[in-house]
Design a protein around this ligand. Sequence first.
Ligand code: FES
Length: 251
Amino acid sequence: MTSLSGASGSLSLNLRIWRQDNPGEPGAYRSFRLERVGADLSLLEALDQLNEQLIATGERPVHFEHDCREGICGSCGFLVNGQAHGPRAATSVCQLYLRQFADGATLTLEPWRSRAFPPIQDLVVERSALDRLIAAGGYCSVNTGQAPDGNAMLIGQEQAASAFATATCIGCGACVASCRNASASLFVAAKLAHLGQLPQGQPERRRRARAMQQQMTAEGFGSCSSNLECEAVCPKQISADWISWMHREAR
Ligand code: FES
């Protein structure tokens, strides 16, 4: 982690941002300078500030995705100095604050790079391949009854906690962007483990595992590289051990 900003509570940053007008045109890095911005701003708020400056001068703002800005929705995500979601572990890019960078630092911002995530504009890529993986089987379609039925079905604390830990996947795509094979294995494993550890997920368990893994190949995601980079960048710290578990599920 770099040193924090000065006592003034503000810092200046050089932003080197990938700009691409549309998918059919080549992109390039553009450099921008942010002078004395508040160290307690988030990186996305700094981009908001930059965009206000760009709009004021008649230039197209930098496009990036966001929604909750609380690490919940998975909309945000790009590379900061080559690292998915930036240098801070267990943090989505919307929760990255400028105080985590040194005064005068240069931040290179670029979109996820993956064949399965085609570029749209600037830092935004098309991530609907992840939605299609869910549509292939990442759901529970059996009748699980009403809330009282759920309450009547006892589940051990350890089992419930483990299922919940995998359910925290926000589908941001950082695991794909960080894998040298652009594999979606950690994403699929998390979804399978979430449902496969609970009683309601049992009837469709095998079919779900096969369907999602087949769809993963059909979408152009690669196979697991075993580098564990996915686990290192996952903002929810989902364990790559679930990938081995997933391979056993589909047998
Ligand atoms: S904007 Fe929702 S997780 Fe970052």
